[in-house]
Ligand binder design. Sequence first.
Ligand code: CA
Length: 230
Amino acid sequence: MSQTILIVEDEPSIVTLLKYNLEQENFITEVAYDGEEAIELFKANEYDLIVLDIMLPKMDGIKVCKTIRMINKHIPIIMLTAKDSEYDKIQGLEIGADDYLTKPFSPKELLARIQAILRRIGNAPLSEGEVLKNGDISIYPQQYKVYFKDNLLELTKKEYELLVYLTKHKGEILSREQLLHAVWEFDFVGDSRIVDVQVSHLREKIEENTRKPSYIKTVRGFGYKMEEYT
Ligand code: CA
């Protein structure tokens, strides 16, 4: 399965260069041309990595990086800086980027950094026989089976897919749109209530008290979060 990279850059020549080189390596790319668009796209879609320029219209890359980190602590971010002095500045700010490249950079160098990060975080699809565990939930993807405290759960296909997605992203705040996009794979026009309906079905199966859920928490006005357990 191809991995998707969000390129945040306003200079068309650099966008073209990045797109070309990443797509040559079978990455899927999407482009945001300013900081606000980057945040919107990030909230609505799922990406495996972000390449983020610092000098951007509307909202600079530092602010974009901080905003994304408030929503998601894990997504890898590589920042592009125009000069070394900016590099020092960001380092000092510790804004949560994973790596930095100073312009002008070679596409090969960027690709090497991207691949190194993706390898490091092991963002690979689940391998056969692997078990996804979170507290009393155990998911066996190979058999499409889910156990809660040793009881086999009867889940619909969508409940199963939603639970797998939430569990893979445990600890992260996920927007309704992101869940809709990930699980239903097409855009319901404006109606993300289907996510709420499926979440309430899931809660009935895995929560001791559906009014005070300990697994799938509601993030008011935004979406949901799967609580992380050992
Ligand atoms: Ca720029």
